[in-house]
Design a binder for this molecule. Structure first.
Ligand SMILES: C[S@@+](CC[C@H](N)C(=O)[O-])C[C@H]1O[C@@H](n2cnc3c(N)ncnc32)[C@H](O)[C@@H]1O
Length: 237
């Protein structure tokens, strides 16, 4: 009897995965990972050259990603059976061997694995935490994110503009994930909250293509892996 074990791989640089994740990866009989159809997938890219030659690879290709808005009932209607059937298949395999599921960053922080985790029996599933993408990103800016009593707020840029503005106003330090097509909205919300001048954008944090810029200078297309940050300026001795 094996288990379905999701391993957090950290923000992108393979050197940043845990020893436990590495041990499980390098002895894995079956390795599953999510990806957009026709793409390698970021989690799989992180482990390139590290997985055993004899390991079976199971790419789990999303039936839809950004082509259908999350608010459209068609989105849930396509994804629910996808997660149902993969959780059944992984559970079946776990009766014979361990199955390792790859996850970029930390699995319990906006990770797709959560949709399999909630469908699998508790005794059959395990999660290995990883360094979240945001930690790789604030480290890339060379500045601490929180000091003393600073409050850190993490928001997805998919929130309505007024909500983004309110959260940015109410916090000391801010992390904005899932920016994608919401860059212009994020600029407006942070400007209205008086936080745009202090905001940074980190693209592909800890990867060879990492780029760090003041957010106000960024326009147009940005990569999927991008995080905006405002550092806290709290109590310092
Ligand atoms: C679906 S969430 C997955 C988060 C992941 N589980 C984690 O722990 O960071 C995807 C979002 O994470 C952010 N992200 C994760 N890793 C990143 C990195 N290395 N550089 C920049 N953004 C990253 C981006 O905002 C991206 O849109």
């Amino acid at each position: 009897m094996g288990k379905v074990i999701c391993i957090g791989l950290g923000p992108g640089d393979p050197d940043l995965m845990s020893l436990r994740a590495h041990r499980l990866l390098t002895t894995a009989p079956v390795i599953a990972y999510f990806r957009k159809a026709g793409r390698l997938g970021q989690a799989r890219r992180i482990v390139d050259g590290l997985i055993p030659a004899e390991a079976e690879e199971w790419p789990m290709e999303y039936p839809v990603t950004t082509e259908v808005p999350f608010s459209d009932p068609a989105y849930g209607a396509a994804l629910a059976p996808f997660y149902d059937s993969w959780s059944r298949r992984l559970a079946e395999q776990a009766r014979k061997t361990d199955v390792i599921v790859l996850c970029e960053g930390d699995p319990f922080l906006y990770g797709s694995f959560m949709h399999l985790h909630s469908r699998l029996p508790a005794g059959l599933v395990e999660v290995v935490p990883g360094i979240p993408g945001m930690a790789g990103c604030w480290t890339a800016t060379g500045q601490p994110i929180t000091w003393g009593d600073d409050v850190l707020t993490v928001v997805p840029a998919t929130l309505p503009e007024s909500e983004l503005r309110r959260r940015a106003q109410d916090t000391d330090a801010l992390v904005v994930m899932k920016i994608g097509r919401n860059l212009a909205k994020l600029h407006r919300a942070l400007a209205a909250a008086g936080r745009l001048a202090d905001a940074w954008l980190v693209e592909n944090g800890t990867m060879p293509t990492e780029r760090v810029r003041p957010l106000r200078e960024v326009e147009g297309e940005i990569p999927y892996f991008a995080i905006a940050l405002v550092h806290g300026r709290g109590r310092r001795p």
